[in-house]
Design a protein around this ligand. Sequence first.
Ligand SMILES: *Cc1c(COP(=O)(O)O)cnc(C)c1O
Length: 223
Amino acid sequence: MAVLLDNYKKIQEEIGEDVVLVAVSKTKPKEDIQSFYDDGHRVFGENKAQELKEKHEELPKDIKWHMIGHLQRNKVKYIAPFVDLIHSVDSKRLAKEINKQGRKNERTINCLLQVHIAEEESKFGFDEDEILEIIKSGEFDEYNNIKIVGLMGMATFTEDTDQIRKEFKSLKGIFDRISSLESDANIEMKYLSMGMSNDFNIAIEEGSNMIRVGSKIFGERNT
Ligand SMILES: *Cc1c(COP(=O)(O)O)cnc(C)c1O
């Protein structure tokens, strides 16, 4: 199936330059990614480490690859040499492993802390208190090979837009409170990654500056 280039252009126009559009290419073939690349797009997101590694190897090297899905510690090594941003840091042990792999590769890996905002229990992430504790304790201070550049969250999978808005609002509140704290040099709140195909408009209204859009521009995924 052809990619939905018109949708992509419309969304880009709507969101302007202040919001980063991460084109979520998971399960899609490299030809589809190449179509957006040829149109000038460079930021793509995947949710599986191995798939991300393979696509990185096969596609142009100036693509900025974002890891957006749950990341197991033993798979960090596949993406550490090149990944541009990891959205899904959901435990201290994972942060520690990313730091270790960053050091091995002599680079600093940009990360977002994933925050649990949805009602569902299955969604990964920290809660606000845990993040405040990390910052206050300074336990990431010695992690010189990661940089925390913001937060990521996913709303509940529901058609209740009030519920979705409430959850995004709460994440923006957390983002603002953390931004106002004095923290170590390797923590800097720049990006708030929230919003997907069906809810990115609400997310932007509530303060998102990074959206992750898959099906709306690549077409539905076969699951
Ligand atoms: C798949 C995925 C998306 C994109 O979902 P769409 O509804 O297809 O836009 C965004 N974020 C994460 C974490 C995902 O896994």
